[in-house]
Design a protein around this ligand. Structure first.
Ligand SMILES: Nc1ncnc2c1ncn2[C@@H]1O[C@H](COP(=O)(O)O)[C@@H](OP(=O)(O)O)[C@H]1O
Ligand SMILES: [Mg+2]
Ligand SMILES: [Mg+2]
Ligand SMILES: [Mg+2]
Length: 311
């Protein structure tokens, strides 16, 4: 890769390529049928696919960007095993390498970047066979702010030049654009997307106040933001702790690159520096444009905001 291409663009190109490789690992683990499920906490699981995909992504990025901070969801996923050499991906996606870098990101160095890796978002759905909901997320933050990201969907089916293709990779770079999918306008009526497997009474209360025509309950922060980008849902509402920085970094960056917004339920942006706490304690609120976002925020009652902020 040319050293003349700005770091952020090279890193996004590397992230697209390695997310594709990680997606193949996710499919291979499922085909073998040995998921190796570990219960990390209540309603919180890890599989061999989460562990292996994370090892692939972190080893590949660390090999190319040795001084950069990379934070993955899973703790100690390697268990002392060596990484297969074909899991190390070092070439970058050629289309992304052509991107013109926003001026203010041109001088960014490895020390200014934190990469947030969710090797498999939607693990509950993966173990239950809702495979379309599963994504691989790589979020790139610069000085605490998400600026670029990748959402890879390993089980997305399409036809390319008359051939069946499995998997697709959506990317975004703030102020430069998005790719890997066809953006669509939001639906005509208000459709909310929310959690399928992590609800509670406050989550439900925040859905009721939206006065929506439909509520879609699907897995993963990545998949919910894809539904916003593709015009399948108007707003993503999750009034609960539970999501972490690796769930929202890539989706927030791509949504912002597409003109949208992702914050907590109070309307505040999360920060993504290496020392922040991992949990997104005050929930998630997101939309593909400002009008929908402001509508949704205006519907959240103060007592609900207080309930989340004071938990
Ligand atoms: N109550 C909770 N406990 C643990 N994880 C939660 C959670 N609520 C949300 N999450 C995490 O946030 C992500 C999106 O959740 P959801 O599908 O419910 O919207 C999932 O990421 P992972 O699948 O990567 O762990 C999920 O585990
Ligand atoms: Mg998890
Ligand atoms: Mg996740
Ligand atoms: Mg995960």
């Amino acid at each position: 890769m040319s050293a003349n291409i700005p770091l952020v663009v090279r890193l996004l190109a590397s992230s697209v390529s390695v997310a594709n490789r990680a997606g193949k690992i996710v499919r291979d683990v499922m085909s073998k049928g040995e998921l190796g499920i570990v219960e990390k906490g209540k309603d919180d699981y890890q599989t061999e696919a989460d562990r292996s995909a994370q090892r692939c992504i972190i080893a590949s990025l660390a090999a190319q960007y040795p001084t950069m901070t990379i934070i993955g969801e899973e703790d100690n996923p390697d268990n002392g095993q060596e990484i297969p050499s074909d899991w190390i991906v070092v070439e970058g996606d050629s289309e992304v390498l052509q991107l013109s870098c926003p001026h203010h990101l041109k001088g960014i160095q490895e020390k200014d970047i934190v990469v947030w890796v969710d090797p498999l978002d939607g693990t509950s759905e993966y173990t239950q066979g809702f495979l379309e909901h599963v994504t691989v997320l790589i979020g790139i933050s610069v000085n605490e702010e998400p600026v670029a990201g990748v959402i890879h969907q390993p089980y997305y089916k399409s036809m390319v030049d008359g051939e069946k293709r499995m998997g697709r990779t959506i990317w975004g770079l703030k102020e430069a654009g998005v790719g890997g999918f066809t953006p669509a306008p939001p639906p005509d009526s208000l459709i909310i997307t929310t959690t399928r497997s992590h609800s509670n009474p406050i989550v439900e209360k925040a859905l009721q106040v939206m006065d929506a025509s439909q509520i879609l309950r699907v897995g993963g922060a990545g998949y919910k933001v894809l539904q916003l980008l593709e015009g399948k849902a108007s707003v993503y509402v999750f009034a609960s702790a539970g999501c972490k920085k690796w769930d929202t970094c890539a989706p927030e960056a791509i949504l912002a690159a597409a003109g949208g917004k992702l914050t907590d339920i109070l309307g505040n942006f999360y920060k993504y520096g290496s020392s922040v706490t991992r949990p997104n304690k005050t929930g998630v609120l997101a939309a593909v444009n400002n009008e929908l976002y402001e509508y949704a925020l205006s519907r959240i009652p103060q007592e609900l905001k207080d309930a989340l902020a004071n938990k």
